[in-house]
Design a protein around this ligand. Sequence first.
Ligand code: KIV
Ligand code: ZN
Length: 386
Amino acid sequence: MSDYVKIFDTTLRDGEQSPGASMNREEKLRLAHRLAQLKVDIIEVGFPAASPGDFEAVKSICQEVKGPVLAGLARTVPSDIKTCWEAIKYAENPRIHTFIATSDIHLQYKLKATREEVLEKVKKGVGLAVSLCDDVQFSLEDASRSDPEFMCQVIRTALAEGATTINIPDTVGYALPDEFQNLITLIKREVPEIEKATISVHCHDDLGMAVANSLAGVKAGARQVEGCINGIGERAGNASVEEVVMAIATRHESLGLKTGINKSKLFPTSRLVTMITGISVQPNKAIVGANAFAHESGIHVDGVLKQPLTYEIMTPEEVGISTNNLVLGKHSGRAGLRKRVQEMGYDLKEKDLDRLFEAFKVLADKKKEIWNEDLEALIADEILRM
Ligand code: KIV
Ligand code: ZN
């Protein structure tokens, strides 16, 4: 089996479902270009049938952004699938991602459909998607709470119709890592023909286990992991892309896996998502939090000064955080401020830099030295809240 794990970024779709995270077309385009530089394998660019605005944003991204596969989401409803194709057909490498729920609780209360009806929708929906696009992903929403036997029947149906990726979501973040690993193992055992497709995992973080569950899925043979930058997403969020990528890179010897991600773009991408959505990252967040590489206690600082590996399992530079000794104070100029905010991962427009510079000068008159934390606060006040 290949040791390459594809990274499927859904910040523009599931991430946008975070309360308050909706993005306009220009913002989505900017983020999509950055995700292409990050070298994610697949970008889920939106849900074209959800609204005319989403349709237009997906179409613009597909016309402009080159490199990754660009996926659009659709229910297994023919009109959704056709609309999705109309928006994504402009992409260099388009993918239709169609889904339906398979758990009894979703069938009974949400879909009000029988298992036979769901199987029929899968057959028709995937069949239609395959007639339009060579690359079709099928997801079983709420897979981790579905009856395994029915789940396997659904997967067989999707594969028979030509789906090329089968995605197993832990939609409500309910699974435990060993359970999720066993689920993927069961699917591989019961549906051997899945070998010709890619198994994908899509985990939510309701119990704080999205990344652990994703890695458990990969250990069992999944070769695509879905997630969002900064772990944003519906409710408690999705698996954090930067955490999955750095776990695979840092624990390469144990896992024996790799991704194609340009890791030095992780931190700048995280900051761009913060700037666009206005959702800041908690300071102690792994990989991209302000304190992720900070050392406070004397023993730790002493150790790091002697040999960084004593307390650092990866370097800040690896994920695109640059360390520097330039001091910022009341005598600093615009160029110094620009360099520092760039090092902090922000890519400000000139008018935003002007506003920040004014606020910086006011603060610098009151404080001897301006720290990154001060700048984070100024950026939050002066730019993110505008
Ligand atoms: O969480 C989920 O089940 C989803 C699907 C649409 C893949 O987001
Ligand atoms: Zn989801």
